[in-house]
Write a protein that binds this ligand. Structure first.
Ligand SMILES: [Fe+2]
Length: 311
């Protein structure tokens, strides 16, 4: 009786959350309802979110070049080698390496992430990063790919794989972060070796095809009771076979393979990818940076207050 009363009390909140980015199948009884999802609730949310983002992106199309729009439409990401001139990049790297300040540490599986929030006070002593974040090219790409004219949350980030005891890092398996379009971008401060878990993206997997929607529907029916915690929270794990089947039907098969971004790509490259509803295995090695960037390998930044949470 009590659990039923509790669910009834939650109904107004759960209903209101349908119009937001809330994605947890486990915590929202409406979003997680197998009956509603069998009748199209989840797939309707996916389709609507993508249509809204596409309309917003059309309005923001003047912020990026025709080439960027073309690359993004085809692959779901934009790669920009040598995003900064060499001298500017060297200055930025020096400033980041010599920065000393508080940071937060997160563990996810056997990976440790160290993050420095780039608030105005921090950016005041990192003028190279402040200039980058103010650059029209950066601002335009972030806004266009994300389909939102809004400031992104930006970090300096170090990712240390196999750095602590724990189960395998769930971010290293191909997955779709969420059901709705969003954006992630990195300015890599160092190269990331292939065996260090470079960010990986399935080209073309941003498209909402009938195959994709069929998969979304199947996944949504069982997600609330999935043994996989990430699935229950709305980040859906994908098999590589699944990706190949529906990621990019019009492309040659070699292009359908997940694309790792790793060495020997220039460390100054910038990559902006649509991470929503898009299968991505992400762990960008020990040193990945940018909108999520990171301190140099010699950084002596100490761990901040313990902070565990999903990345
Ligand atoms: Fe992820």
């Amino acid at each position: 009786m009590l659990p039923q009363l509790g669910r009834a009390a939650m109904l107004p909140l759960w209903t209101a959350q349908l119009a937001t980015g809330t994605k947890s199948f486990e915590r929202n009884g409406i979003i997680g309802s197998a009956w509603l999802n069998r009748h199209g609730l989840h797939t309707a949310r996916v389709s609507l979110a993508h249509r809204i983002a596409a309309a917003r992106r059309r309005r923001l199309s003047g912020l990026v070049s025709a080439r960027d729009r073309e690359d993004f439409a085809r692959d779901g990401f934009v790669v920009r080698p040598d995003f900064l001139p060499a001298a500017e990049f060297a200055t930025l790297l020096d400033q980041v390496k010599s920065y000393r300040g508080p940071l937060r540490e997160i563990t996810e599986g056997d990976t440790i992430l160290r993050k420095i929030a780039l608030d105005p006070k921090t950016l005041a002593v990192l003028p190279g990063l402040a200039r980058l974040l103010d650059a029209p090219e950066w601002r335009g790409l972030i806004r266009y790919v994300g389909g939102r004219d809004a400031e992104p949350v930006v970090w300096i980030q170090s990712i240390l794989r196999h750095a602590c005891d724990g189960p395998p890092d769930p971010q290293t398996a191909l997955h779709a972060d969420t059901f709705h379009p969003t954006v992630k971008a990195w300015l890599f401060l160092t190269d990331v070796a292939a065996d260090q878990g470079p960010f990986t993206y399935v080209p073309g997997s941003q498209r909402v095809t009938p195959e994709r929607l069929a998969w979304e529907r199947r996944m949504s029916l069982a997600a609330a009771r999935s043994p996989n915690a990430e699935n229950r929270q709305g980040s859906s794990a994908l098999s590589q076979a699944n990706c190949r089947r529906w990621a990019c039907p019009s492309r040659a098969s070699s292009r359908c393979r997940p694309t790792p971004w790793s060495s020997p790509t220039p460390s100054a490259s910038m990559r902006a990818a649509r991470a929503s509803g898009v299968p991505c295995g992400s762990r960008s090695g020990p040193m990945a940076g940018g909108a999520r960037s990171c301190p140099g390998p010699g950084s002596t930044l100490g761990p901040g207050p313990g902070w565990r949470g999903a990345a």
